[in-house]
Ligand binder design. Structure first.
Ligand code: SAM
Length: 258
């Protein structure tokens, strides 16, 4: 795994920096023969194309290629728009950073478990007489609040600052669930009956390494949508909700299963 596959934003930035002198040379070569406006437009397009190509060579995912292409267009569009106030951009940056600051590193974006899935998890806990539940990367904490109560203790761990604050506030207001700020990789999972995660394909292999060695025998790991690579789930449930959610269930049979 390269530094760019781990932190693709670095690759995207590098692509723009490397493309810049190449575009400068290309535009200098033709500047005497081409109309000024056309030259600028061509330079912006070339910058985007080259940056996207470099992202491709660095092995970044396809959406980074799209971002790399659109970035110079968006930047020059904003510059051409003239005297725009700066504060909306600053505010938007701050909000995005507080919500998605962990996404560039962990490659787990924010999307939420729906009510139907939370209902299925609740029934499963009732059937298994399970009392302790942990949502790793709990987002706004909806699953935690849905499962907490009636003898169940549900906890959630979240590391995106704004998302954590919203989840904590909602849980305080509804007096249900225990939301903590923290890194899921450091979470103590040893006492949980059910550990739940709705993350992305990226962390699943490493997550299995952690859970299979740290969860107690007889407990259950449930992953929404993303199976553990090279590991057959004990059960796979396809739900009848709108998005046909698939839950992968892994029983923790032995102390160390890795
Ligand atoms: C796809 S969302 C799922 C939210 C919630 N579990 C649900 O199902 O509704 C994944 C969440 O994991 C959080 N996350 C990603 N990496 C994390 C980490 N290392 N530690 C804690 N939370 C993390 C993200 O900020 C995001 O809110």
């Amino acid at each position: 795994m390269t530094v760019f596959s781990k932190t693709p934003i670095l690759g995207a930035l590098l692509a723009q920096v490397v493309a810049m002198p190449l575009v400068a040379i290309a535009t200098a070569l033709v500047s005497a023969r081409v109309d000024h406006t056309l030259l600028i437009l061509g330079a912006v397009l070339l910058q985007g194309l080259l940056a996207a190509l470099i992202c491709r060579l660095l092995g970044l995912a396809v959406w980074w290629l799209v971002i790399a292409f659109l970035f110079p267009l968006a930047l020059s569009g904003a510059l051409l728009a003239g005297n725009l106030p700066a504060w909306p951009f600053g505010l938007a940056f701050l909000v995005l950073a507080l919500v998605f600051s962990n996404t560039a590193r962990g490659r787990v974006p924010l999307y939420l478990t729906n009510n139907e899935t939370a209902g299925v998890l609740k029934d499963l806990m009732t059937e298994r007489k399970a009392t302790r539940f942990l949502d790793l990367g709990c987002g706004l904490g909806g699953v935690v609040r849905a499962l907490d109560g009636d003898g169940r203790q549900a906890r959630g761990i979240e590391n995106a600052p704004a998302v954590f604050l919203a989840a904590r506030l909602l849980s305080r207001l509804s007096r249900s669930g225990d939301i903590r700020r923290g890194d899921l990789w450091r979470a103590d999972v040893s006492k949980e009956d059910v550990v739940y995660a709705f993350l992305s394909p990226e962390p699943m292999a490493a997550l299995w390494q952690k859970l299979s060695t740290e969860m107690k025998p007889g407990s259950l790991f449930i992953s929404n949508s993303f199976p553990v690579p090279d590991r057959e789930p004990d059960e796979t449930w396809t739900l009848s909700d709108g998005r046909k959610t698939v839950l992968y269930l892994y029983g923790m049979g032995r102390k160390a299963e890795a």
